[in-house]
Design a binder for this molecule. Sequence first.
Ligand code: CDT
Length: 319
Amino acid sequence: MPRYVNVALGQLGPIQRQHSRTQVVARLCALMREAHAVGAQLIVYPELALTTFFPRWYMQDEDEIDSFFEREMPSAATLPLFELAHKLGVGFYLGYAELAQEQGNKVRYNSSILVDRSGTIIAKYRKVHLPGHREHEPWRRFQHLEKRYFTPGRRFDVTPAFGGVVGMALCNDRRWAETYRVMGLQGVEMVLIGYNTPVHNAPAPQHDDLSLFHNQLAMQAGAYQNGCWVVGVAKAGVEEGVDSIGGSCIIAPSGELVARCLSKDDEMALARSDLDFCAVYQKTTFNFDLHRRPEAYAMIVQRKGLTLAADGTPWATAE
Ligand code: CDT
């Protein structure tokens, strides 16, 4: 029996600070209806898809920070999306700021959930690679304070869903080979990734003109090198004066782009994704059991970055 997933991009245009959760959920529902009309079984929304991208602001007031976070999922404001998913039989991936309680303490995560076609949450992911900085850096045109507002997640799990093996990641995760490989080693067939990527990168402004290229480059490499589908979805456009890239796309295990959004607004696009196409890569060029050499990769987990030896060099001496 063929394993096709009709997966839709649910790209969002900007969300301004004054926009309520209710307004945003109405936009998400409109995208889901559009996706359903063309046969979607799954729609993927961006990272932090319920509010403006608040890490651009330095905030100290705990209540102000918490106002961007969700204490429960679904909440009164997000319930209509779950109800619509149930009614239409369309599952979804949604990124949001999660306020968790752990041993009586408040812990904030940048999270995503996977919801099945009955409207039930079947998996949660907490962002591992948190970019940016922790303290106020007034020299920047805008802040990127993810390290301040979120605790890093610790796992890349996969979930049996939609007839295959599905994994989740968030934004900066898509730039790291480890993200895809850890899920590749668990047989992932489709990786879902929401993102918010400002065009301007303050520490490296020479990258600004390449930001769309790097977006695609990283996800195409991840797809090809692990023989899996990758679905990347932006929150795009000018939000509170900060321009973010669009370029939401669906990438096949061949590394080829099969669908892409063209605007920087709310936009839906769809691809019929054959999960069995993964095997063409996972059983040949990227047959891990046959070809990987973990004994040569020890440094990947032993070192975080460059480690200098006694002679001041970072390279390991051959025995
Ligand atoms: N949201 C997120 O992770 N954005 C980063 C921006 C660049 S780092 C300041 C990204 O990797 O796209």
